[in-house]
Design a protein around this ligand. Structure first.
Ligand code: ZN
Length: 164
């Protein structure tokens, strides 16, 4: 039986500290919308709407998933760290509430204007009236932002539940 001090938590990239704080379980984590959820919902919608138009289906899936690249770009700009591994490590702990002793940096929201539905969607759909190829892009982005909005509402409810 091991009687020494507890083994140090696995370091998370260049920031140090535990990748997953041992006192915080997945119950305390404010889960982010997962990329794979955007992927399968986009694929399913693309198959339903554009069954006979694979290029349009691909545009819908691409737009529905790749819009999240703005998070990666903003992470790189805020941190100066241009590694995907660093971004994934940050994404692993950024949803945990900081606790005393946790000095890992947290940055403001990693959302660009691409995640502003009231700005982006009218522009896309308006231009989609003239540019037909933009319609599946607009559909993919609309689906993505709708899922993000539902997810945001779920996070707010979770946060309120944890406070009261
Ligand atoms: Zn998103």
């Amino acid at each position: 039986m091991h009687m020494g001090p507890p083994a140090p938590a696995k370091e998370c990239c260049r920031f140090g500290g535990a990748a997953l704080p041992p006192h915080q379980t997945d119950n305390t984590r404010i889960q982010a919308m997962q990329l794979h959820t955007h992927l399968w919902t986009s694929v399913l919608t693309g198959l339903v709407l554009y069954r006979r138009h694979p290029l349009k289906a691909a545009l819908l899936v691409g737009a529905g998933v790749l819009i999240d690249l703005d998070h990666l770009v903003l992470y790189c700009l805020y941190t100066g760290d241009w590694s995907i591994v660093g971004a994934l490590c940050y994404d692993r702990y950024r949803h945990y509430k900081p606790v005393p002793g946790d000095t890992r940096p947290r940055y403001r929201q990693l959302r660009s204007c691409l995640h502003q539905p009231l700005v982006l969607l009218p522009l896309l759909w308006w231009h989609g009236r003239q540019q037909r190829w933009l319609r599946p892009v607009a559909m993919g982005v609309t689906l993505h932002l709708a899922l993000d909005t539902v997810d945001l509402a779920r996070k707010i409810v979770t946060l309120l539940h944890s406070r009261y």
